[in-house]
Design a protein around this ligand. Structure first.
Ligand code: ADP
Ligand code: MG
Length: 725
């Protein structure tokens, strides 16, 4: 059986550790997919539970030299604690190392202090630096090198050479080189872990939103219980100013609710009986009772957290580049360093000088920062999105969004409110009431928004619905079935083609309604047209603003719908959309997207996922409107939690910003190496330009820190700068 598992991993120092664990996991029989993320310290594994169990996966990670625990869904703080622990450990190690290495600087001026240096450098090397040895050793066991291997080779060279010199009574000692190098690397790790802890803040904030207790009615009495114990069907009481504990539907009372933590929308939303409410949102001044419908992992909050976690653990295609570089870099670095050593010796340099150049090259060339470039940006970028009600499925979606130049909008529920209202009911045969009864009876089995409009109206009119036999919904056409012993059809012209054409007289009634942007449905039996029913679904207030903004960004806009041409054109006109694809059957929507792609466009498809999932999947980027129901189910690379199209503008801008960050980071990461390696190798030593190994260590540390800090700058992204006219 296919299964998925999320592990928390302890002890990763570098992205090459992540690569190593990934390799080890993938080699484990039964593992189908493994993705280890260094920045979030997590592994996502897809496996066949018939072939391998959780214990097997844990021991595979252990065999690679790391500690793994199953990520606890309940203990949301575990992640934070782990990051804090790591940060504190590096801080402590750095401070110890600093205190020990500072007195050594004195020995640079007074060789007699070399005994002192030996005693100070030794604990730094083997106690504070033990982590590097451990990690290098476990990688070596896997016949591989990682960045810690480089640190170990570099510092050990300096240390043991000094010990040799010391024992043979020579004056040239380099204990401080090894000690300062480790100190600086620890410094970098400390700053890096501190900054890395900040990248995941968005998700921790989300997790912290959850209410702790709920007040529910049990046997008629209100009792306070832990939120985990709320059951579906419980009646939950919410008082003014309280946090709503789980998702549900209001049964009594009304209020306004601040949903900004989920949707990013700061204006409170009015809630009345039958309104949906969501866990973690904040009640305003009213009080109400609601029926719990989703609890635990099913709540909107839990789903958002799950989604973002997945996204943050995902890889961007661009990262393949970083991974490839990292994999080849380390052995290459060792090669270049050895070459440096040999060339210097051949040129007749002293051994100590050649060794120092060797150590410098080993250290400066470490591609540590490169491994951080992509994941830290993705974590901050997707976190920022979640804060604003925009869920981005990960690196791939981010990169796709960057390339989009054409946006195709589904009409119903996307551009429009998706809650059509019945406006005209024109009986042509028989009574109005009977037409309504039959239409509504047929539609009661359909889930289409149009059906909902008819049924709602019939209920308002207190029409009693009849039973339907052999009901059939034909996508893009309508519905049919037998009511009161009579075969009936209700839908558009295409549906009617089965029984004949509309005569011109009826067309004359129908067309003007369509020109007003209404959707007209025809009720017919096998002989005759019985009635025409028109519904109107108005555009969302935000649609036209969003479209203007997107056009300004240079996007080509299309509307796609199964509705008829006249209705579609009328709406398109009010919204300023020129390209309309109408009367497209649901299964053909994906084809239309494909056609646009064939013309060379990078297409984003925006839909509600109800009958446009294939099109969402076909598009380069699928953007689905969160209907406030099941986010996990939504197809699409981006999910908009609230139904506001302006969020597309935000999503695109945020994606651009994130991908830009990734590229900047890669540049930052590599520029240190590119500039540093030749200097470290001593190519410019004739000009007095040399790189001492300890300074190489500092530069390397700074490059990691600058990459993480640069990613954190994404937190300053302000959607309101873009998504309003
Ligand atoms: P959209 O592309 O706007 O989501 P659909 O492809 O679902 O629209 O439907 C296209 C057309 O098919 C509708 O405009 C309507 O005329 C007809 N239709 C589909 N389902 C129904 C239904 N349940 N009742 C009546 N008409 C329907
Ligand atoms: Mg639709």
């Amino acid at each position: 059986m296919k299964d998925r598992l999320l592990l928390s991993i302890d002890g990763m120092h570098c992205s090459s550790c992540a690569a190593l664990i990934t390799r080890k996991l993938k080699k484990t029989p039964g593992v189908e997919e493994a993705n280890v993320n260094f920045a979030s310290a997590r592994a996502r594994i897809e496996f066949d539970s018939d072939k391998v169990q959780v214990e097997g996966l844990l021991s595979a990670v252990k065999a690679a030299g790391y500690k793994a625990t199953v990520a606890d869904e309940k203990d949301r703080d575990a992640e934070k604690k782990r990051a804090e622990k790591e940060m504190k450990m590096y801080k402590k190690k750095f401070l110890f190392a600093l205190v020990l290495s500072l007195p050594m600087l004195y020995s640079m001026f007074d060789p007699r202090a070399s005994v002192l240096s030996f005693f100070l450098a030794t604990p730094i090397q083997f106690w504070l630096g033990a982590g590097f040895y451990r990690s290098a050793w476990s990688t070596l066991k896997m016949k591989s090198f990682n960045m810690d291997s480089l640190i170990v080779i570099g510092t050990s060279t300096a240390y043991f050479y000094s010990v040799y010199q010391f024992l043979s009574g020579a004056e040239e000692l380099y204990f401080e080189v090894a000690a300062l190098l480790i100190t600086f690397v620890l410094f970098g790790k400390w700053l890096e872990s501190k900054a890395k802890g900040k990248t995941g803040e968005a998700i921790q904030k989300l997790m912290g939103m959850q209410a702790k207790t709920a007040r529910v009615l049990r046997e008629g009495v209100a009792v306070d219980i832990p939120v985990e114990e709320v059951l579906v069907g419980d009646i939950v009481l919410v008082r003014p100013g309280e946090k709503i504990p789980v998702d549900g539907v209001i049964v009594k009372g009304s209020s306004s609710v601040d949903e900004s933590m989920l949707t990013g929308e700061s204006i409170p939303v009015e809630k009345n009986p039958e309104s949906k409410v969501f866990g973690a949102t904040m009640n305003g001044h009213g009080s109400f009772e609601f029926r719990a419908e989703k609890v635990g992992a099913d709540t909107m909050l839990a789903q958002i957290v799950h989604f973002v976690e997945d996204a943050q653990g995902s890889k961007a295609p661009i990262q393949a580049f970083a991974d490839a570089v990292s994999a080849w870099f380390v052995p290459a670095v060792i090669g270049v360093a050895l070459l440096t050593l040999i060339v210097w010796l051949l040129l007749g340099a002293e051994l100590s000088r050649a060794l120092l150049a060797f150590v410098s090259v080993i250290v400066i060339a470490c591609p540590c920062a490169l491994g951080l470039a992509t994941p830290t940006s993705i974590i901050v970028g997707t976190g920022k999105g979640a804060e604003n009600g925009i869920l981005i499925r990960g690196g791939e979606a981010l990169e796709a969004a960057k390339a989009v130049d054409t946006i195709v909008f589904d009409k119903t529920g996307t551009l429009t409110k998706g809650r059509p209202e019945l406006t005209d009911l024109i009986p042509l045969q028989g009574s109005r009431d009977q037409a309504l009864k039959w239409a509504a009876s047929l539609e009661q089995n359909s889930e289409h928004p149009l059906a909902d409009a008819i049924v709602r109206y019939a209920k308002q009119e207190n029409v009693e619905l009849a039973a339907v036999e052999s009901f059939k919904a034909i996508p893009g056409h309508g519905v049919e079935g037998t009511v009161d012993g009579q075969k009936l059809y209700f839908g558009n012209r295409k549906l009617l083609e089965k029984i004949g054409q509309l005569d011109s007289l009826k067309e004359q009634v129908l067309m003007p309604l369509e020109e007003q942007g209404k959707t007209v449905m025809i009720l017919a039996n096998e002989q005759k047209v019985l009635a025409l029913v028109a519904v109107s679904d108005v555009a969302k207030e935000s649609s036209s603003e969003a479209l203007t903004l997107l056009k300004r960004m240079g996007m080509k806009i299309f509307m796609i719908t199964g509705d008829n041409k006249r209705t579609a054109k009328a709406l398109a006109q009010t919204l300023g959309i020129e390209n309309v694809l109408a009367e497209v059957l649901p299964q053909d929507k994906a084809n239309e997207v494909k056609k646009l792609q064939a013309l060379g466009h990078k297409v984003a498809m925006v839909g509600d996922g109800i009958n446009d999932s294939p099109a969402l999947a076909q598009a380069d980027l699928g953007i689905s409107m969160g209907s406030g129901t099941d986010i996990a189910m939504e197809t699409g690379g981006i999910v908009l939690v609230k139904n506001d199209l302006r969020d597309i503008v935000t999503a695109l801008k945020l994606s651009h910003a994130t991908v830009r960050k990734i590229k900047q980071n890669m540049f930052f990461a590599l520029i240190y190496n590119v500039i540093g390696i030749p200097i470290a190798a001593g190519l410019f030593s004739d000009f007095g330009l040399v790189l001492r190994p300890e300074l190489a260590g500092l530069a390397m540390a700074l490059s990691s820190v600058s990459v993480v800090t640069n990613s954190l700058l994404l937190k300053r992204f302000r959607p309101d700068k873009f998504n309003r006219l």
